[in-house]
Design a binder for this molecule. Structure first.
Ligand SMILES: *Cc1c(COP(=O)(O)O)cnc(C)c1O
Length: 421
């Protein structure tokens, strides 16, 4: 009885280890697992085009974590966290910063600290992350509603003052409405850049209307590199900015919120209330600092590779379309009309080149896929990708009747592609 119990206690472990190995695939050798807490000792970075969140921390990053300060951040006693917050505040032209676990948290904290009394509403692009992909957090945390705005004047490229004017709710005593208290912009949005002059115009508009202006700058790093301007040029236009560091910057975890001292003080309080106060976070902060200094400068190269991929795909897969301009690190590819099936492309890329694209949400019955580049994507991976597409396009051309696709979306303006982070 006892021994059989022990046996069944051991088998879930074995099953778990097998499942971990299955999930990690070729990245981890079986021998990497020794006792219950083991780490990957040998891994190779798979060319993962699914998201720029999928960069892997390097050995060098673990060395930095090991050497970092080990104070308690809830006590505000960790040197690396305080240094990072001050550094990002300086880079962005703001008074103070708050290092948090995720971009969703830094967006939600900014809203919660800015929108103190209902009824209130915010205006944002109808495709924006804060509206679509934050699990309805704005309604739940801040008791606010969203009036989503269509980017009509630029045929979907980015919002303008004219678009915002259309939806703006003046606080004129109409009891049916939730007055606009905040405008939230996203830059980049689907990899496209809202130019600085349009940001400046919206800044002026928000000041005239006396509403706050927030930037979901998950990828503002990329926008800045693409525009060739200073980070501050963009970020100083806003009352609050959320900057993800787990994407283009390549850090394992985190996002920084910047704003004035009062906003950051309130956000720190709400962060604790949300359960996001963290203790010895110095290792993470130190890595972020290193990544800003070392990974950010490689972004220009990543953007050049992105352009190479977009051009290569359009050239080789005749009939395929890049349906959102590849201005930074993303390529939105529609294979409809090319005769290439997305599912087949995905498996060939993985099998032949170790390249991953799409995910379980996007691949089935779809012709469109978002490809995201980051600092660990190499030129060989991009070349290999184009090679596979070229081969598939040649085969597709030799069987012209086998074209199963209709476009998922034929909208003249940029539609709402599926993407989550
Ligand atoms: C990724 C992302 C966020 C935040 O995502 P987390 O996964 O919570 O860090 C916010 N806005 C945009 C535009 C994003 O891409």
């Amino acid at each position: 009885m006892l021994s059989s119990r022990f046996k069944s206690a051991a088998s879930p472990w074995r099953a778990m280890a097998a499942e971990m190995i299955r999930r990690l695939g070729s990245r981890v050798s079986v021998s990497a697992f020794s006792t219950s807490y083991s780490r990957a000792t040998s891994y190779s970075i798979i060319a993962d085009f699914r998201s720029d969140t999928l960069t892997q921390p390097t050995d060098e990053m673990f060395t930095i974590m090991r050497n970092a300060s080990r104070g308690d951040d809830v006590y505000e006693e960790d040197d690396a966290v305080r240094a990072l917050e001050a550094h990002v505040a300086t880079l962005t032209g703001h008074e103070a910063g708050l290092f948090c676990a995720s971009g969703t948290m830094t967006n939600q904290l900014a809203f919660r600290a800015s929108l103190l009394t209902p009824p209130a509403s915010i205006l944002c692009d109808s495709r924006s992350h804060v509206y679509r992909y934050e699990a309805g957090g704005l309604a739940s945390h801040s008791n606010a509603t969203v009036y989503p705005v269509q980017a009509i004047t630029n045929r979907g490229h980015h919002l303008t003052v004219q678009d915002l004017e259309r939806e703006f709710v003046t606080d004129d005593g109409d009891v049916h409405m939730a007055p606009t208290r905040l405008i939230s912009l996203e830059n980049t949005l689907n990899g496209t850049v809202m130019p600085l002059q349009d940001v400046q115009a919206i800044r002026q508009f928000s000041q005239e209307r006396n509403v706050r202006l927030h930037l979901d700058g998950a990828r503002i790093w990329n926008a800045t590199v693409a525009q060739g301007c200073d980070l501050k040029d963009f970020t100083s236009q806003f009352d609050s900015v959320s900057l993800c560091v787990s994407k283009g910057i390549g850090a394992p975890i985190g996002s920084v919120l910047v704003g004035d001292k009062d906003l950051i003080k309130k956000s720190r309080h709400f962060r604790k209330m949300f359960g996001g106060g963290w203790r010895q976070a110095g290792g993470l902060a130190a890595v972020v600092h290193w990544c800003i200094d070392h990974v950010w400068p490689t972004m220009k190269k990543t953007h050049a590779l992105t352009k190479q991929l977009a051009e290569g795909l359009e050239r080789e897969a005749r009939g395929a379309k890049i349906y959102i301009p590849a201005e930074t690190n993303m390529v939105f590819l529609d294979l409809a009309g090319s005769g290439i099936r997305l599912g087949e492309l995905s498996s060939r890329l993985e099998l032949e080149k170790g390249i991953k694209i799409g995910n379980r949400y996007t691949l089935e019955n779809q012709t469109q896929v978002r490809l995201v580049l980051h600092w660990q994507i190499t030129k060989q991976a991009v070349d290999g990708f184009i090679e596979v597409v070229k081969d598939m396009a040649l085969k597709a051309a030799s069987r012209p009747n086998d074209v199963p696709h209709t476009a998922t979306s034929k909208s003249a303006v940029y539609g709402i592609p599926k993407r989550f982070s």
